[in-house]
Design a protein around this ligand. Structure first.
Ligand code: NDP
Ligand code: GDR
Length: 371
């Protein structure tokens, strides 16, 4: 039985990856942070009473800022594979906490690599580093001749998050070259799911779509509607992470769908899921989206109602305008093909959020969400 250790197991990707590895017969260890309230909602369904025999899922308290803790856990677990998914992963928030992000997302990666080296596990333990399309920064001149970002495109990060992650990228590559370690970067483009954190734009939109449809929210406030993202499903992307660690030779891979969509169109597609057609009018901070048709008898929104407005609070000091990844290498070398397209992703997210907001207990004030 192979043993895996996942940092960030309580996050979106950590939860899907834990499910995948358990299905594959792994013993799965995860690092969770101590918090004053429960933070394991995404993985509670995987928890098995630790007193039972044959337990294959175990959580350890820890933090990527704490080297001795990481060394102790890795020594105890002796993992065959480490998936370093732990991070402060919100780009906008990284402008508020740049030093913390550098420590967790940048130096945290070094701490994992060093722990493996200190413990003499370089030959045994394979390491996956959660790298990101944010490294590219969306500069048009850096796209390849086909108009995509690929494994050879230059980096130009545009946020403290991107800058911290670029350190994680290079230190992973350096340890691979310097110490012959099996350490790889998955340069993943945006991936979403019903488990996506509520302050990322897709989830913010699908939750608001559902809440507005059932009359529990008036309006959705967003920032830059023009930005374009290559959105896939987290379930597909964790499969790619696993494949990256199963190759003969350690390499870095871009994981993407190869399709890009604007935030504005994501809003349109989400509202169409509840039978609402929107029209966008006005420009810049005065842009709004109004209901022009409502075909689902279950959700009777007034024609002409404004359901989306701009709040400049959500603008970023520096923005990544466009992301579009070239998945050619991952398709050919890893045999990876995503199962979801954007339509299927949005459908699943809206359906899940409708289920959530229809619960009587649901009364969140999404108008005031910060993120
Ligand atoms: P989430 O924000 O959903 O999860 C982040 C995880 O990291 C959580 O488990 C969180 O714990 C944990 N974490 C945060 N700070 C620390 C810390 N100091 N020490 C240990 N753990 C910590 O992110 P995703 O699941 O979406 O992403 C997973 C990884 O992939 C991240 O590294 C992210 O930067 C990267 N990535 C994500 C992409 C995406 O589109 N989703 C695309 C490219 C890269 P807690 O639950 O306690 O907050
Ligand atoms: P991103 O994801 O920054 O790409 O990082 P996010 O969903 O936060 O933003 C995507 C785009 O939408 C625009 N936007 C808004 N974003 C948020 N969060 N809230 C809003 O109200 C809003 N309005 C418009 C943003 O400006 C941006 O252009 C994600 C994270 O998962 C990272 O950890 C990961 O590395 C990258 O994807 C790839």
């Amino acid at each position: 039985m192979k043993t895996a250790l996942i940092t960030g197991i309580t996050g979106q990707d950590g939860s899907y990856l834990a499910e995948l590895l358990l299905e594959k017969g792994y013993m799965v260890h995860g690092i969770k942070r101590r918090a004053s309230s429960f933070n394991t909602q995404r993985i509670d369904h995987l928890y098995i009473d630790q007193h039972e025999q044959h337990v294959r899922f175990k959580l350890h308290y820890g933090d990527l800022t704490d080297s001795t803790n990481l060394i102790r856990i890795i020594q105890e677990v002796q993992p065959d594979e480490i998936y370093n998914l732990g991070a402060m992963s919100h780009v906008k928030v990284s402008f508020d906490s740049p030093e913390y992000v550098a420590n967790v997302d940048g130096i945290g990666t070094l701490r994992i690599l060093e722990a493996v080296r200190i413990l003499g596990l370089e030959k045994k333990t394979r390491i996956y580093q959660a790298s990101t399309s944010e490294l590219y920064g969306g500069l048009p001149e850096n796209k390849n001749e086909k108009g995509f970002y690929d494994e050879n495109s230059p980096f130009y990060p545009r946020s403290p998050y991107g800058v911290a992650k670029i350190y994680g990228f290079w230190i992973t590559k350096n340890y691979r070259e310097a110490y012959n370690m099996y350490a790889c970067n998955g340069v993943l483009f945006n991936h979403e799911s019903p488990r996506r954190g509520e302050t990322f734009v897709t989830r913010k939109i699908t939750m608001a779509t559902a809440a507005i449809a059932v009359g529990k929210q008036e309006c959705l406030y967003l920032g830059n509607l023009n930005s374009l993202r290559d959105w896939g499903h987290a379930k597909d992307y964790v499969e790619a992470m696993w494949r990256i660690l199963q190759q003969d030779v350690a390499e870095d891979y871009v994981i993407a769908t190869g399709v890009t969509t604007s935030v504005r169109d994501f809003v349109r597609i989400a509202f169409a899921e509840v039978g609402v057609e929107l029209a966008f009018e006005g420009e810049a901070e005065a842009e709004v989206a109004k209901v022009v048709a409502c075909t689902n008898p279950e959700y009777q929104l007034e024609i002409g109602k404004t359901v989306v407005k701009i709040d400049p609070t959500y603008y970023r000091p520096t923005e990544v305008d466009l992301l579009l990844g070239d998945p050619t290498k991952s398709k050919t070398k890893l045999g990876w093909t995503p199962q979801y397209d954007l339509a299927a992703l949005v459908k699943e997210m809206v359906e899940s959020d409708l289920h959530l907001v229809k619960k009587e207990s649901y009364n969140a004030q999404w108008e005031h969400i910060v993120g």
